[in-house]
Design a protein around this ligand. Structure first.
Ligand code: PAF
Length: 284
């Protein structure tokens, strides 16, 4: 696996691949890789000739300095994992390579970046859009792969790609879960043993709510989820919203849309975990 630290070098290597008519699949990450990331690499390998992974902990998407400071980092282990899974190229830039100058670009994605994560983490998605567009400009991949666990992020990246006219196919990859259901996340490693044990309540409750919802209203389903999770000591739901899967607007009844998702953010102590469930997805 070739490791590239300079943006200029990354651009020229990617350009050469395009000249050779090799298709490239890009997996942007912030490191602390787990099986969820590796499943993105595996999907990219299936769909493209060459896989490029980036590891960059993007400061502009953290609205909390402590969160940035505490974000798990283990580049040595990440490199081993990427080699094992057969990644061809790793882009490992520092802040100066991505932001030679402060990035003042601001984006407006309508409702998509105002609700849920956008509401509770102001500026977060602007930072995500800044870094992903910068990475897209450098790598110019054919396809880019993102996890469905970050449901709202995926919707915003699709919208950004459309708005900024990138000729890049955005591929969403299903959430990978631990054996007990917890959605894989780099933040899971920050949980204490006790929090980790209790954290199964999140996925379990979302799965249970899928059946519960079949005979209950939206409001009843929201209350069911929030009450069950908040009943676990040390766990606090920041939001649980049932929304149209495309627009992320709240829905009031199950027949309001053919595509309905439930998105949740929960604090386990100081650690913030997100997950989602799809209640309904009709083929259009
Ligand atoms: O999902 C992530 O890990 C990050 O938000 C991303 C897309 C790599 C941008 O920094």
């Amino acid at each position: 696996m070739q490791i590239i630290e300079l943006s200029s070098k990354m651009s020229s290597v990617a350009q050469l691949l395009r000249k050779e008519r090799k298709t490239t699949g890009f997996v942007p990450t912030m490191g602390a890789l787990h099986k969820g990331h590796l499943s993105l690499v595996e999907e990219a390998k299936k769909q493209c000739d060459i896989v490029i992974v980036s590891i960059f902990v993007n400061p502009t998407q953290f609205n909390d300095k402590n969160d940035l400071k505490n974000y798990p980092r283990d580049t040595k282990k990440d490199i081993e994992l990427l080699k094992e899974v057969g990644c061809e190229l790793l882009f490992l830039p520092d802040v100066k390579q991505i932001y030679p100058e402060p990035d003042n670009r601001t984006y407006d994605f309508g409702n998509l970046d105002k609700v849920m994560e956008g509401y509770y983490r102001p500026g977060h998605f602007n930072g995500v859009a800044q870094v992903v567009s910068r990475l897209f400009d450098i790598v110019k991949p054919d396809k880019a792969f993102f996890g469905e666990k970050d449901y709202q992020q995926l919707a915003i990246i699709r919208e950004m790609t459309r708005k900024l006219n990138y000729d890049i196919e955005i591929v969403g990859v299903p959430t990978i879960r631990e054996d007990d259901g917890l959605a894989m996340s780099s933040r899971n490693m920050l949980l204490t043993k006790e929090q980790r044990k209790k954290s199964t309540v999140i996925a379990r409750t979302l799965f249970e709510s899928y059946n519960f919802a079949k005979s209950k209203s939206i409001e009843e389903t929201i209350n069911f989820v929030v009450e069950k999770i908040d009943n676990v000591s040390g766990f606090n739901t920041e939001y649980f919203e049932i929304v149209d899967g495309d627009t992320l607007q709240r829905v009031n009844s199950w027949d309001q849309s053919g595509y309905i998702a439930g998105c949740i953010a929960v604090y386990a102590g100081d650690i913030r975990l997100i997950d989602n469930v799809i209640y309904k997805k009709e083929m259009s």
